[in-house]
Design a protein around this ligand. Structure first.
Ligand code: QV4
Ligand code: CA
Length: 496
């Protein structure tokens, strides 16, 4: 269902992509809990194929071998400990559930828990799955067995996505195995799931599996009868036979147009302008906010996989990225997810990154720990965008303004905008190549406020800019376009 089951007062999640369980537990206690994050999407915790060519790619984790909780992120006891500690810190855990398929049809080797499998024989003894548990020529209409035409819903569901052996979720045995796996996670205290490759499963089959799921566990702090949160990964840019709305009955759906369009707007391509986003969300034809998950980038499209293309904003274009994240977190649309990445050297050839496979920072394949410098940034190659002040403070902004509507929209018809959230918050962005200088209504009570983009409120002072709101609620605002972050954000909890 659609409710993330966050603890009170929290309203965003972060994808700690490829992090180890021990590091996520520490991050929940030392940063995410204290800074108002609602939850963490974790990488797939189930045993996956060990891919050695290329060497240990991030995407090996999208090739299940079994539902044993042993991967490069850690083992079952580490996973269990992480969920318990994060729940205790008020931070939920959402599992990336790979239930559409198993490994590639020609992948060999063993799994991360040592389990054997034989893809060519469609045999996964550690589950167990055998050939009759997979789609085949009786259910997939293509000769190749792969999806060939995305305008044919039967192929998209019953044939192989990039050669990944396609489970037949129409079978009770398969439905039960998948439900058993998800129920085990629920029993450990997990709050819900990001369901991978949902486009490639029939909504009714998914519902049959979801209906088998237990209520969330009360001893992990969930209210009685709480249902698991569900967000279904469906890439729907409006040009295929399958639409995200087919999945609304099961839970939320990823809204990829959100990040794709904002990438164009902030890069000012395709004649897009910032002033056009005054009705962003449903006004731009996107799904209803209460059934969507919004994000600027994800683990696929930050490296050219999935959807969004070259305009997707990532940590590599930090100035625009922070502006887009600030807008998303201040804007009253959808459930918001912040990406947290690791660095890799791109090798662009012919428009694509030959290094798009590179896995997490590692030593001989073993994922490196996340180290934290005294200034709060991360080492060992972890980007930690979620810890950037401009982003983490906007996660708090979203918490403060929850329940208010967007008011006082202002723009200069080009690339300077500002708006309020009721009488609780105010954001202004200057994406022009000249200064923003205007007197603008903030919706806020008169007083001095700390600008949470440039600093933090500490006691009764601000480590960044102090913004004065006049008696009539307006601000004489000037934002130079040459500032590191050409925007200002103030809110009720940052009043000095
Ligand atoms: C290769 C060939 C195939 C061939 C196959 C034979 O490309 O034509 O049939 O070998 O075995 C990896 C390799 C890919 C390889 C495949 C199977 O990149 O070349 O096929 O393994 O061995 C991630 C990566 C994929 C990766 C996959 C499995 O993006 O590159 O494939 O993991 O390791 C669509 C879907 C959407 C999907 C998106 C990427 O609608 O659901 O494509 N997004 C999700 C995840 C994504 C993941 C998958 C789905 C699959 O977000 O990360 O793909 O689980 O839009
Ligand atoms: Ca399928």
């Amino acid at each position: 269902q659609w409710d993330p089951n966050f603890s009170t007062g929290r309203h965003s999640m972060v994808h700690l992509f490829e992090w180890k369980w021990v590091d996520i537990a520490l991050e929940c206690e030392r940063f995410l809990g204290p800074n108002g994050f609602g939850g963490v999407q974790v990488s797939p915790p189930n045993e996956n194929a060990i891919i050695t060519s290329p060497f240990r790619p991030w995407w090996e984790r999208y090739q299940p071998v079994s539902y044993h909780l042993v991967t490069r992120s850690g083992n079952e006891s580490e996973f269990t400990d992480m969920v318990r500690r994060c729940n205790a810190a008020g931070v939920r855990i959402y599992v990336d559930a790979i239930i559409n398929h198993m490994t590639g049809n020609s992948v060999q080797g063993a799994g991360t828990d040592g389990s054997s499998f034989d893809a060519s024989a469609k045999s996964y003894p550690a589950v167990p799955y055998g050939p009759t548990d997979f789609n085949d020529a009786t259910t997939c209409p293509t000769q190749s067995g792969s999806i060939e035409d995305y305008q044919d819903p039967i192929q998209v569901r019953n044939c192989q996505l990039s050669g990944l052996l396609d489970l037949n979720q129409g079978k009770d045995y398969v439905r039960q195995k998948l439900a058993d796996y998800l129920n085990k996670l629920i029993g450990l205290g997990v709050a819900g799931f990001r369901i991978d490759a949902s486009k490639h499963m029939w909504p009714a089959d998914m519902k049959a599996i979801l209906d088998k799921l237990d209520n969330l566990s009360v001893q992990h702090g969930f209210t009685a009868n709480a249902r698991p949160f569900v967000v279904q990964e469906v890439i729907d840019l409006g040009n295929e036979a399958i639409t995200g709305s087919e999945y609304f009955g099961n839970g939320r759906v990823t809204e990829f147009r959100y990040g794709m369009n904002l990438g164009e707007v902030f890069r000012k391509v395709n004649n897009q302008k910032l002033s056009f986003i005054k009705n962003y969300g449903e006004g731009w034809g996107m799904y209803a906010g209460n059934t969507s998950l919004a994000f600027i980038d994800n683990h696929d499209n930050q490296r050219g996989h999935g959807a969004g293309g070259a305009n997707i904003l990532t940590f590599r274009v930090a100035k625009l990225y922070k502006m887009a994240q600030a807008f998303m977190l201040a804007w009253p649309y959808a459930l918001t997810r912040v990406m947290s990445s690791y660095y890799w050297d791109q090798n662009m050839e012919g428009g694509s990154d030959k290094n798009d496979w590179i896995g997490p920072p590692n030593q001989d394949g073993n994922t490196l720990p996340v180290t934290i410098f005294p200034n709060g940034t991360c080492g060992n190659g972890w980007m930690c965008e979620h810890r950037w002040r401009q982003i983490s403070n906007m996660v708090k902004f979203r918490n403060v303004v929850e329940g208010t509507t967007m008011t006082n929209w202002w723009d200069n018809t080009e690339n300077q905008i500002a708006f309020s959230r009721g009488n609780k918050g105010f954001l202004a962005i200057n994406n022009e190549d000249r200064a923003l200088s205007a007197t603008i209504a903030t919706g806020l009570p008169a007083g001095q406020y700390c600008d949470v983009i440039s600093g933090n409120k500490e006691g009764s002072s601000c480590t960044g800019k102090t913004i004065t709101v006049s008696a009539d609620g307006s601000v004489n605002l000037s934002i130079s376009n040459t500032e590191e972050d050409p925007m200002v954000a103030i809110h009720a909890d940052a009043k000095l």
